[in-house]
Design a protein around this ligand. Structure first.
Ligand code: FAD
Length: 408
């Protein structure tokens, strides 16, 4: 009847899905990707971390990304009133890439998906996964195509890379609340018109709200004079700001004198969008014949731009385990996938919690910083949250708490 047989089914063609597809192709496996949208499509998550370059390289996509002409990125600058500090990711404790890019995700995700196709992955756009049955030997997945026709895919294994779609967590009741308070983001793209010669287009700029230290803005330069601008705060705070999405965003941006001055010539040519309640977790990152990648698993918070890096790391770890399993080896998904992935996620979590509690802000704006410690922090900010040679990875909580009390 209406049933197709495939080797590996991937749900979602975002960064996690595309990179996982390419990596499995490199292991010689047949891959089908089901993607709900037509690409190119808008997505949020535009500032990459240097650590992600290693996985793009592994997936054979790095050259295409480098040659595309995205905005070069070498660090992050943080601003709070008169205080300012910049981290150059090339000056860091961990070895590996110190630079990366800031990308319009419509272009970036499309590029990665095309690269996966070039390596032999099949991607079907405008098709949606609607149900899954994991009872039998082979998982059966229900798909609805662009014309509303339903069919079934039988595969050996499912990788859920559906991001905020969270397909398997919803269908299998794996959702677990995140420990973070409910926050929202308002954001848009602008023709920034920035003329200030001090402004460094090669860095993401994070601004702390002048009065509320748990409210912050991102300014992410793109190529060709455009920027992504966004504000993040607890939803209760943002709900109290009047107006539509664009008005709310502009009102909040104008509350910071430095941002207001920097963006005085900006053209707000694109309506703002809003996303809320994005922090999410699951009871388990794997189960019988499936694993969850990227945002389909856990998502923490956008403050350190770690989302795509975690998504690509998860694709790398999961495809490695899966390839070994398909080769007949015994794979312990908890020990070989979930635990190693969570190690880095937990490092980021410690830093995210400290950011909102205020401790990490005291650390980075502190006047006298020990250079070797600063290089360890720079490594984390560059995405090297799995580097066991960094004490801020192996003992992140203890080390960060100690550093906070010195800087307090
Ligand atoms: P996605 O990129 O979300 O891709 C999932 C794909 O699955 C989508 O294409 C979707 O259409 C498809 N899909 C969904 N449901 C179905 C279905 N039922 N059937 C078929 N297909 C489906 N990360 C960074 O690295 N840097 C940043 O600067 C950054 N900023 C952020 C700012 C905000 C406000 C937020 C909320 C997040 C930010 N992130 C950032 C995180 C980033 O957006 C995500 O971590 C990243 O996109 C995750 O990639 P993914 O491949 O897991 O999922």
């Amino acid at each position: 009847s209406n049933t197709e047989q495939h080797d590996i089914l991937i749900i979602g063609a975002g960064p996690a899905g595309a990179v996982a597809a390419a990596l499995l192709r490199r292991h010689g496996h047949q891959v089908l990707v089901i993607e709900r949208e037509q690409f190119p499509r808008f997505s949020i998550g535009e500032s990459l971390l240097p650590q992600s370059m290693a996985y793009l390289e592994q997936a054979g996509m790095l050259q295409a990304v480098v040659e595309h002409g995205f905005q070069f990125k070498n660090g992050a600058s943080f601003v709070c009133g008169e205080r300012q500090t910049a981290f150059d990711f090339r000056d860091k404790h961990s070895s590996g890439w110190g630079t990366t890019y800031q990308v319009q995700r419509a272009d970036f995700d499309h590029l990665l998906a095309q690269q996966a196709e070039l390596q032999g992955a099949e991607i079907r756009y405008r098709q949606t996964v609607t149900a899954v049955d994991l009872e039998g030997e082979r998982p059966r997945t229900q798909v609805c195509d662009a014309d509303g026709r339903e069919y079934t895919i039988e595969s050996r294994f499912i990788l859920d890379a559906s991001g905020f779609g969270r397909v398997l967590p919803r269908l299998l009741d794996l959702e677990r609340p995140s420990g973070f308070p409910l926050r929202s983001a308002y954001f848009t793209h602008i023709a920034d018109g920035i003329r200030d010669p001090q402004f460094d287009r090669n860095k993401i700029r994070i601004t702390v709200h002048p009065e509320h230290h748990d409210v912050w803005y991102w300014l992410i330069p793109f190529a060709h004079g455009r920027c992504s601008i966004g504000v993040v705060a607890e939803s209760s705070f943002l709900n109290d700001v009047p107006g539509d999405e664009t008005t709310k965003l502009r009102t909040l941006v104008m509350q910071d004198p430095a941002l207001r001055a920097l963006l005085q010539h900006a053209e707000w040519d694109t309506p703002a969008r809003n996303i809320s309640g994005y922090a999410a977790n699951v009871t388990s990152l794997w189960g019988k014949n499936y694993a969850l990648l990227g945002n389909a698993g856990e998502f923490l918070d956008p403050i350190f731009s770690s989302g795509v890096t975690i998504a690509l790391k998860s694709a790398s770890l999961a495809t490695d385990a899966l390839a070994r399993m398909l080769a007949g080896e015994t794979v312990d998904w908890e020990a070989d996938y979930a635990k190693p992935l969570k190690r880095g996620v937990d490092t980021f979590r410690t830093f995210v919690e400290s950011w909102y509690a205020g401790g990490f802000q005291k650390v980075i704006f502190h006047e006298n910083q020990e250079p070797s410690i600063r290089r360890m922090i720079s490594s984390i900010l560059a995405g090297y949250a799995w580097d066991q040679s960094n004490p801020f990875v192996t003992e992140s909580k203890r080390r960060l708490t100690a550093l906070e009390s010195i800087c307090a």
